[in-house]
Design a protein. Structure first.
Ligand SMILES: [Zn+2]
Ligand SMILES: [Zn+2]
Length: 1232
């Protein structure tokens, strides 16, 4: 809702009478349109009217006006126009009041409820505003009466004088006149009676010409230049002015040669007040201005003047009548008071209320009510105005109102300022903040404070809510949930959140704060009621979700009466779409009903929907030149990004399309030695994986052949790709729902970047909560049912815990490795604590009977693009046959060839180095604590680490570093965005920018390169490590000097302490009673100040060395360019650690363009900055970065691969097309 003050008609008129566009900049505000600044009683008031402003005396121009008739009220046909000009400054004012009613506005003020109009300035369009900088250009301001039923629409136009200063000078300045006489003598030497024109003549003659032009008469239209009076009065240097005023100049042959002559203006014959600015209006304006100028000349000059002054009529009464305030209710004042009132400016509080000092008390109250209603955010200020005026006017009526308001909780600015301050909001900025922002701030504060402070915090919010008259804020402050929207908001969910997850969030919220249980129940009740969900009702009663929707309910929801009549699939789709429009809050439920009916009718949960997708892309490209988009089938934007990426990797795509050639034979004998991700997959796992690849093949075919700009991935594909336990193991024995996070075949998830392995630092700090890193290694993502027993939600994490504790995890190819030693190298292995703090976000701990399944569903929601991709790699591994095996039996295949990096760990103890190898499907980096380059992020991963080694007796240190033994053609670098803060027990998103180059040189991370031997490269790396070590030391030192727990630097802390000591001493001296003397050393405070100064200096002295080291580190490998990789794709996430949206940018090397794949829309990125720079607020951030080897990039990637089928003609059924893509084998529905 907009919050904007207005002003009553009398106040507006007062402002019109003093508004002067010439001095607007000096005034600092437009007194017509900008609300007056809030009066601060401790400071002198701003002048309401800047000193220089003209106090206009407007005179009516009748020809241009449509004046109100006394005693006749406006009706819905009425339009008034008061056209006038100021007798002093000659500015023109047009005031148009339009009462035309276009609807409910049919009761113009003044009336019983609205004794005056209350006008609110309407924002003009910004183009028009720009010209306001020039005061010579007419300005128009539009106002609307704030009374809901009043049609009054007001336009105020202010135009500068027609007669510019230079024109007046041309006519009246004697220097010009003298010069004109000289030139007249030269031009027309035959005449001897030339006399200098008088200053008044130019004005007078011009006025005559103009008047003649309004009433043209024969013989009075043409003026020869050589006309005696004309020549000396205007000569030849007034041509510009005359032309501007509509005179035309002709050269005519009079028989004796050419003669120059002028014709007076030829304005339209009839005067039309609404015609706008035409020549007639201009002529009339000039005549009006000339009359002022002529009357201003000295009386002695006026002799013989033709245009004696006619007295114009003042406009003020007309303006007041037009605005309905000619005779409003004024207060009775003593004569002295009244005199003062006319001489002095009103108190600024009157302006604040949009009122005048002479208003009756009733009108003051009216003005107050209008202001509060139209500008509730400043209600506290208006209350203060009223409070003060009540006292100043000694008015019992106003006093009473003030008391009533105070008893209703209305507060004044001081209290409100305190309340805003409580939330860290500057009251000055509060008007610009929306209620939502304030509520958000309140909620954030609520999380930080102890429960004992909650009531106080709510009270503060209540004051703010009162002050702003905001019901949303008051509602929030009262902590009550009354509406569906509030219930959703309280549970942090949206209207699209399925019932299952409502239950999850209920559990999460009540776990966080058991005291909130009642309110949580209320929230779920409201949602159950709004959605008419039996399942949620059952959950409230039994603590368990009821059965899914039954088919009868489904028909009812879609409004289908006849359950036996035949239904055309496309009709059903239309029904669904229509219902979605009508009931957009219940889309998940409508879709569920739709699927249920489809399943019953067609044995297929998708029905005709797949073919009838209604999406229209924004850009259109010829189908055969542009990649297809993937429609979002339920928060699957991140899956879509992964699928689009995989599609562009040519060898992978070819493999999928020719899957039969790669398919793993599926017999117990054939897979008995198969190891994928260090696990032996069961037959079921392999079959499921093959089903996935098969589904992917169908999708790829569609992506190539679809006769449309986008395709719809099937739910089954999403299910297989997203649900890790798709092998068939139910996640828990007690879980009543099937699979993970799947509702009626739709994967349920709110994508978010998943917090990955806890940082080393965090582990050192004793934070034992380790965040799910399973998928980060990829190798452990597929939990073969025969190798792992899943028995609870914590299981995944405990296996990760081990991985994390062991820096040599997943060591597949050991060289010279002593296994025992490795275990010892690892950090002290402690047994997993029996119960661990909750991972992120906090998981429910079995508060409800089926909270276990809730937990599992919740976990499924947490998968991000990186995890999905790793899951898919494992599915591939299981689905395809090996090309060979590694030493430990792990399968070698195309996926490993394409994407896996071989990393070697080198560990050095007492001068002996041992090497071990491992494969990784990606490299994981951190964004760091400031924006930085990808090299810097990678450098950190490849830095040398000290290892605490408890085995070496002499306490010798072990170190380890890594190098890349083999680079894959396609290198995936994931960015760890979600960080878990153990102290606050919540995760947040690190939004630091990771700067990317189009080309990334990986030389420095290798063992050796063409130009560097292993020894040389290691030596170079060691130098950089040493620089980095020095840099860290300096940064630590800087942090010691700068950082304290008090959010001020150490030097400031010392300084403050010194001040405190000084204060103590002073207080001590001032005390009259003897106390125990405080043991303060003399001069201590002084010494501390010196110390503070030195600390500050020490800190700033570190800046230069830090900068130099940073520079050196950055440029250390500059020359190494043997292994260039080109940027191919970037996965992008926008949102928070708990949700958001994914898309991907993919480079087309062939066309040399970037495209943005945002679900069904694939668009060209026209401004490359979108990809390489980051917005400041709510930035979209990279979560995954893909580089491909420069050499062979064209064979590795291909962004466009299209062969669209002909669009279906009208008589071909939609079904046929999907059949074509179904590729022989049709799998119905979704695995149960
Ligand atoms: Zn004026
Ligand atoms: Zn009105």
């Amino acid at each position: 809702m907009s919050s904007r003050p207005g002003k009553t008609a009398p106040r507006l008129i007062l402002d019109i009478l003093t508004y002067d566009p010439r001095y607007e900049k000096r005034a600092g505000r437009n007194i017509l349109t900008d609300p007056p600044s809030h009066y601060d009683p401790t400071k002198p008031a701003d002048r309401a009217v800047p000193v220089k402003n003209c106090k206009h005396m407007f005179m009516t121009k009748h020809e241009q006006s449509i004046l109100p008739k006394p005693g006749i009220l406006p009706d819905q046909e009425t339009l008034y126009k008061v056209s006038s000009f100021c007798q002093k400054c000659r500015y023109h004012l047009d005031l148009i009041v339009d009462f035309h009613d276009y609807g409910v506005r049919n009761a113009p003020c003044p009336n019983k409820d609205f004794p005056l109009h209350h006008f609110i300035y309407q924002e003009e369009d910004p183009n028009e505003q720009d010209v306001y900088l020039d005061h010579n250009i007419p300005k128009t301001f539009r106002f609307q009466c704030s009374a809901k039923q009043c049609p009054a629409n007001l336009r105020i136009s202010i135009r500068p004088p027609r007669l510019k200063e230079q024109y007046i000078r041309l006519m009246t300045d004697r220097t010009f006149l003298r010069r004109r006489l000289e030139s007249a003598k030269r031009i027309d030497p035959d005449r001897t009676d030339h006399m200098m024109a008088r200053p008044i003549d130019g004005l007078d003659f011009l006025s005559s010409y103009m008047k003649d032009s309004l009433n043209p008469q024969k013989g009075k239209t043409r003026i020869p230049l050589l006309n005696r009076k004309f020549l000396v009065t205007y000569g030849r240097d007034c041509d510009e002015m005359l032309t501007e005023f509509g005179f035309t100049r002709e050269v005519e042959n009079n028989g004796n040669g050419d003669e120059i002559c002028w014709y007076i203006p030829r304005p339209p014959a009839e005067s039309d007040p609404l015609a706008g600015d035409n020549l007639r209006v201009m002529v009339e304006d000039v005549i009006a201005e000339l009359s002022v100028l002529i009357s201003d000349r000295a009386d002695s000059e006026k002799q013989g003047v033709r245009n004696t002054v006619i007295l114009p009529q003042p406009s003020q009464a007309e303006i007041e009548r037009a605005l309905g305030c000619l005779d409003y209710n004024k207060r009775i004042m003593a004569r002295a008071e009244a005199k003062r009132a006319t001489e002095e400016e009103d108190h600024p509080y009157y302006a604040g209320l949009g009122a005048l000092g002479d208003f009756s008390d009733e009108l003051i109250l009216f003005a107050y009510d209008r202001q509060v209603e139209t500008d509730p955010r400043n209600a506290a200020y208006y209350f203060e105005c009223l409070q003060d005026l009540a006292i100043g006017r000694k008015s019992p009526v106003l006093e009473e109102k003030v008391q009533i308001l105070a008893s209703q909780g209305q507060t004044n600015r001081k209290e409100v300022a305190k309340a805003y301050g409580y939330f860290g909001i500057d009251p000055l900025h509060s008007t610009h903040l929306t209620d939502e922002i304030i509520i958000g701030t309140f909620r954030a504060r609520l999380q930080d404070i102890s429960p004992t402070l909650e009531e106080e915090t709510r009270n503060m919010l209540r004051i703010v809510g009162q002050a702003r008259q905001s019901s949303a804020i008051l509602q929030e402050a009262s902590n009550a949930i009354e509406t569906y929207a509030q219930a959703l908001s309280w549970l942090d969910i949206s209207a699209n959140t399925p019932d299952e997850f409502v239950q999850t969030m209920f559990t999460v919220k009540t776990e966080e704060n058991p005291a909130s249980r009642d309110i949580a129940v209320k929230a779920v009740e409201l949602i159950a009621q709004h959605r008419n969900s039996e399942r949620l009702r059952s959950f409230l009663i039994n603590g368990k979700m009821g059965p899914e929707m039954d088919i009868g309910e489904a028909y009812q929801i879609l409004g289908i009466q006849d359950r036996v009549a035949a239904i055309d699939p496309t009709v059903l789709v239309t029904t669904l779409e229509v219902q979605k429009q009508i009931d957009s809050d219940n889309i998940p439920r409508l879709e569920q009903a739709y699927r249920l009916i489809c399943k019953e009718r067609f044995g297929d949960a998708e029905g005709g929907y797949g073919a009838a997708a209604p999406e229209e892309p924004i850009e259109t490209h010829p189908l055969d030149t542009w990649p297809v988009g993937c429609q979002n089938i339920g928060n699957t934007c991140y899956l879509n990004s992964v699928l689009q990426f995989l599609f562009t990797i040519r060898p992978l795509r070819e493999m999928v399309l020719n899957f039969d050639n790669y398919k793993q034979e599926c017999t117990p004998e054939a897979i008995k030695d198969k190891i994928v991700g260090r696990r032996k997959p069961s037959i079921e796992v392999v079959k499921k994986a093959q089903e996935f690849v098969f589904e992917l093949k169908k999708l790829f075919h569609m992506m190539i052949q679809a006769p449309s700009p986008s395709v719809r991935p099937e739910v089954k594909l999403a299910f297989l790709a997203l649900v890790k336990d798709a092998q068939g193991d139910p996640p828990t024995k007690t879980s009543p729902s099937k699979g993970l996070g799947v509702i009626c075949g739709m994967p349920v998830m709110g994508p978010m970047p998943n917090p990955s392995k806890a940082d080393e630092l965090e582990s050192k700090l004793g934070d034992s909560s380790v965040i799910d890193g399973a998928a980060m290694t990829g190798l452990s993502a597929v939990n073969g049912s025969d190798t792992q027993i899943t028995d609870g939600p914590g299981q995944d994490d405990s296996s990760d815990k081990k991985d994390n504790a062991n820096p040599f995890k997943d060591n597949l190819y050991e060289e010279a490795i002593d296994l025992d030693a490795i275990d010892i190298v690892s950090e002290p292995t402690k047994p997993d604590p029996p119960s661990r703090p909750p991972p992120v976000p906090p998981r429910p701990k079995a508060a409800l009977q089926d909270s276990v399944s809730t937990t599992v569903e919740y976990a499924a929601r947490q998968q991000d693009a990186a995890e999905i991709m790793m899951n898919i790699f494992d599915l591939f591994g299981c689905a395809i046959k090996p090309m060979g095996t590694m030493e430990d039996g792990e399968q070698i295949d195309l996926i490993k060839e394409l994407f896996y990096t071989n990393i070697t760990y080198a560990r050095t103890t007492n001068g002996t180095t041992t090497l071990k190898s491992d494969i990784q499907d990606h490299i994981l980096t951190s964004p760091g604590d400031k924006d930085r380059h990808i090299y810097s992020a990678l450098d950190d991963e490849f830095d040398i680490d000290d290892l605490d080694d408890p085995t070496t007796r002499d306490g010798a240190k072990s170190t380890k570093y890594e190098f890349i033994a083999r680079l894959p053609p396609v290198l995936i670098i994931n960015v760890r965005r979600a960080v878990y803060n153990a102290k606050e027990e919540k995760s947040f998103k690190n939004e630091r920018h990771v700067a990317l180059d189009d080309t990334l040189y990986l030389d420095r991370y290798l063992e050796s390169t063409k130009s560097m031997t292993a020894a040389q490269l290691l030596e170079t790396r060691k130098e950089q490590w040493e620089y980095k070590r020095q840099l860290r030391a300096l940064q630590r030192r800087k942090a010691e000097l700068e950082q304290t727990a008090l959010e001020m630097s150490l030097s400031d802390v010392v300084e403050c302490a010194a001040d405190y000591i000084t204060d103590l001493k002073t207080a001590d001296e001032e005390l009259l009673v003897d106390l125990d003397p405080l043991p303060i050393e003399p001069g201590l405070a002084e010494q501390m100040r010196i110390k503070a100064h030195n600390l500050r200096k020490d800190s700033s002295l570190l800046d230069e060395p830090i900068r130099q080291l940073e520079e050196r580190i950055e440029s250390h490998f500059d020359g190494l360019k043997d292994h260039p990789y080109r940027l191919h794709a970037i996965f992008i996430h926008r949102g928070t650690a708990t949700g958001g949206h994914y898309w991907i940018y993919i480079h087309d090397f062939k066309e040399n363009i970037w495209r943005k794949y945002n679900d069904e829309r694939v668009t060209e990125v026209t401004d490359i900055k979108e990809i390489f720079t980051q917005e400041e607020k709510w930035p979209a951030t990279s979560t995954g970065i893909v580089y491909v080897r420069e050499e062979g990039k064209d064979a590795l990637t291909e962004a466009v691969k299209r062969d669209p089928a002909k669009p279906p003609s009208g008589d071909v059924e939609m079904k046929d097309i999907s059949d074509e893509f179904a590729n022989a084998e049709v799998i119905d529905g979704v695995p149960a």
